[in-house]
Design a protein around this ligand. Structure first.
Ligand code: TXE
Length: 480
């Protein structure tokens, strides 16, 4: 595959003089392509171009409904190219083809959803006194920076970029050093269709071009998805410039299963919630809290199911793909290697060698039962196909444990008793709670974001446009 160039100020940047970073296929360990190792100078140039584009007549003259039409066309373009985009996403991340296809459709849905909203974001008129016309006017916030991780690149790019363009902003995307392919594909479309500088795509290491961008005084808003420590660093940079952030920082999301739950219904959903994308999902159902009296029965069913899961590359039509890179792979294996007598591995727990793919980073789907909820397996985000289990004895304990981590992104509550389900759902500190289900294939219309260290602000849904607007109050005193 040809090398990937950055899109800055309407030009493709990536000459032989640049430094380059290898991008590997995690399923095979083979080189896919190279990306430019972007630096501070690239960041400066991109921000300058973005500021110019923001003020340009060309972009300002796009009416809201025309921005909506463009976003609709983008959704159509994504669907027309769904097969190719799914292949790129699968190659970049190693995710099974069916999951990659689901990601592409979700990306199209984001563009479609915000297309519909583009001309429906408006202010108020506020009655204050006679002959004073007081109105709020909605303006774009300006230059928006989108720092995207490697686990769902096209979905995460789409959800914030679509909302930002719908509201008339300009956009700089810094894709992950591991997964530039689908954003590069979209960059070519934006390059063709939008005025110069409205959409720019930068590549490189987070600590280099990423941090040059987050600390840049010309950036007006930052949307970041990634780890807690990096999120904190991004927020500190933003604070120096008094710039708002939207942070989505992952979790240790529980499925809470009560004794009257329909286990036939729950088991496949719980399994999918942790093995999807090899557990590398911010909203993964990585914690299972189960009522003591049904724990053995549920765990037996889960172990049985885990044993049937096929681990391997997309080419083998596997259920569980590889871990994204060697660093993450080693980290997960180290965590699994540290199991002591406070925890027991019920299934999995080891590296998997896949014939013909010996350089890929495969780990078997794993269930660990811990005797104590304070155990690090239960507290920390492992970001692999690892389900941590703890038993509880009653409703109050279930709620206490569900809330006993520093995260609060998503939760699932499983019970046929509506009183129990609603009582628990309303007491869990979590941005989303699903009852007798978990996840919603992208959940485009549902507000998504974290309590506690899972983040700040909400993405997806109609609420996300709030991240990308400024409100100006105009008061007109009338006198004749
Ligand atoms: O994350 P980082 P990493 C969690 C998950 C995982 C851990 C580490 O637990 O095991 O994070 O993954 C860019 N300024 N999640 O190291 O460092 C970087 O280039 C600006 C959860 O990959 O947070 C990449 O594009 N940007 C998560 C992105 O930040 C910086 C998804 C994420 O990298 C930067 C991914 C800096 N100083 C990991 N440093 C989720 N919430 O879904 C890095 N980046």
């Amino acid at each position: 595959m040809e090398n990937i160039q950055m899109l800055i100020d309407g030009e493709w940047v990536g000459s032989e003089q640049e430094q380059w970073i290898d991008v590997l296929n995690p399923a095979t360990g083979e080189l896919i392509t190279q990306i430019v190792r972007g630096n501070e100078k690239h960041a400066d140039r991109a921000v300058e171009a973005a500021r110019k584009a923001l003020k340009s007549k060309e972009w300002k003259s796009y009416k809201p409904f025309q921005r909506g039409q463009f976003l609709q066309e983008t959704a159509r373009y994504i669907r027309e190219n769904a097969q190719r985009l799914a292949e790129l996403e699968s190659t970049d991340i190693g995710k099974p083809s069916a999951q990659a296809k689901g990601d592409i459709e979700a990306a199209a849905r984001y563009f479609e959803f915000y297309a519909g909203l583009a001309d429906k974001v408006f202010g108020d008129s506020i009655p204050i006194e006679e002959d004073l016309l007081n109105v709020t006017v909605i303006e774009p916030i300006g230059v928006t920076l989108h720092i995207v991780p490697w686990n769902y690149p096209i979905q995460i790019t789409a959800r914030s970029v679509a909302a930002a363009i719908a509201t008339g902003n300009v956009v700089i995307v810094k894709s992950s050093e591991d997964t530039p392919l689908t954003t590069n594909f979209l960059a070519k479309w934006f390059h063709e269709k939008l005025p110069q500088g409205v959409f720019q795509h930068l590549t490189g290491y987070g600590a280099e071009i990423g941090s040059a961008l987050t600390s840049h005084t010309g950036v007006n808003q930052i949307t970041f998805t990634g780890s807690v420590p990096t999120g904190i660093a991004v927020m500190k940079s933003a604070a120096n410039n008094v710039v708002p952030v939207t942070l989505e920082l992952g979790g240790k999301s529980p499925n809470v299963v009560f004794k009257d739950a329909d286990l036939e219904r729950a088991v496949p959903v719980i399994v999918n919630s942790i093995v999807q994308n090899a557990g590398q999902t911010c909203s993964a159902g990585s914690r299972l809290l189960v009522e003591e009296t049904i724990a053995d029965e549920l765990l037996e069913k889960l172990v049985e199911k885990f044993k049937t899961l096929k681990v391997g590359p997309p080419a083998n039509n596997a259920d569980v793909g590889p871990i994204i890179n060697e660093k993450q792979y080693k980290r997960i294996l180290e965590i699994l290697g540290s199991v002591d007598d406070q925890a027991k591995i019920l299934v999995g727990g080891e590296a998997v060698q896949v014939e013909g793919y010996e350089n890929g980073f495969y780990i078997s789907p794993t269930i660990i039962e811990a005797s104590d909820h304070d155990n690090s397996f239960v507290q920390e985000e492992i970001f692999g196909p690892v389900l941590s289990v703890v038993r509880f004895s009653d409703v109050e304990e279930a709620i206490e444990l569900a809330n006993a981590t520093e995260y609060g992104l998503v939760a699932g509550v499983w019970s046929k008793d509506i009183d129990v389900a609603h009582y628990v759902a309303s007491r869990i500190d979590s941005g989303q709670v699903f009852v007798n289900s978990y996840g919603a294939a992208g959940g485009v219309q549902m507000p998504f974001g974290g309590y506690k260290k899972s983040g700040i602000g909400r993405e997806k849904s109609h609420l996300a446009v709030q991240n990308y607007i400024q409100i100006k109050n105009i008061a007109i005193q009338v006198q004749l």
